[in-house]
Design a protein around this ligand. Structure first.
Ligand code: ADP
Ligand code: MG
Length: 292
């Protein structure tokens, strides 16, 4: 019977670390045409590390890191955690920031020792006129190496104080996840707020199509466009991608992601292996076949 086929598929999934929240989710998994991956924490490990600090003026490296860590202290973004962790490793005395504010897809701002400071994407720093030609050239050089760069800045023309480069390694099974989905006839795609150079450096070895420099609203619009061509399965870890998970036909949370991702998603990979996405699709298709 139909309920029995669904119940046994849900139980079979659960035994393999594939959590599916009911029959409708299972059906949507089986019908997906496009698989949109968030980059950070989904295709990558999500624990970036600081590889370089490049002051753009008189500031010393450690002073730049100390201020950036103070600004990032109130953010739970993976880049923020990496900056704070590096400051701790160096034993820096990080001051407490006030009036911290995050702007999704752009960065964070806070008052540190009476100075209004920002740690933001190079794109945003450029838009605000904070980043000069020298800074831009250095950003591009670091990004071409596959690193993500954030800018410590004051809000004034040419106010960029330092660049911080971070590296986030691809998950070891990301390439296999992409090729298995393609073998199932699906279109895998990476969506990211990160810059195009870094995104391509991560995606190219995986043979993956990319849409980069997307603000949260851009991701939602793109998912809407993709849904016009069939079901969209979105995979994320929930660090600011909960709206995208909710906007897709079926949202899948990576295990070890945030509670909000587990709440918003229709399914979750409790074992944390991204190849589980292909297993979820196969499980959904097998169940659709069994109840027809
Ligand atoms: P992703 O799509 O990889 O999850 P986000 O949308 O979270 O990326 O962020 C996009 C970009 O915005 C980051 O690459 C970074 O440049 C900037 N950004 C976002 N949050 C922060 C933060 N807390 N500190 C510094 N930069 C940030
Ligand atoms: Mg994210």
């Amino acid at each position: 019977s139909v309920p029995a086929a669904i119940t046994s598929a849900l139980a079979a999934g659960a035994r393999r670390g594939l959590l599916v929240k009911g029959g409708a989710a299972l059906e949507a998994l089986g019908r997906a045409r496009t698989v949109a991956f968030d980059k950070t924490g989904t295709l990558t490990a999500g624990t970036p590390t600081v590889t370089a600090v490049r002051p753009l003026g008189a500031l010393g490296e450690q002073e730049a890191l100390r201020l950036a860590a103070a600004v990032e202290g109130g953010s739970d973004h993976p880049l923020a955690r990496a900056v704070v962790r590096r400051a701790e490793e160096l034993g820096l005395d990080v001051p407490r920031a006030e009036a911290g504010q995050a702007q999704a897809g752009r960065g964070v701002s806070a008052t540190v020792e009476g100075r209004a400071l920002h740690v933001v994407s190079p794109r945003f720093a450029l838009e605000r006129g904070w980043l000069g030609a020298d800074g831009q050239a250095e950003v591009q050089r670091l990004e071409d190496l596959g690193q993500t760069v954030v800018v410590l800045a004051e809000d004034r023309p040419g106010g960029a104080l330092a660049l911080i480069a971070l590296r986030d390694e691809a998950r070891p099974d990301a390439g296999e996840a992409v090729s298995r989905l393609r073998a199932l006839g699906l279109r895998p795609l990476m969506l990211t707020g990160d810059n195009a150079r870094t995104a391509h450096a991560v995606a190219a070895p995986l043979g993956l199509e990319v849409r980069a420099e997307l603000l949260p609203g851009d991701k939602l619009r793109l998912i809407g466009e993709l849904r016009a061509h069939g079901g969209v399965l979105m995979v994320g870890d929930g660090i600011n991608d909960a709206p995208a998970l909710a906007a897709s036909s079926v949202g899948v949370a990576m295990g070890g992601g945030t509670d909000v991702a587990l709440e918003t998603a229709d399914a979750a990979l409790l074992h944390g292996r991204v190849t589980g996405v292909a297993d979820l699709v196969s499980l959904g298709r097998a169940t659709l076949g069994n109840i027809r």
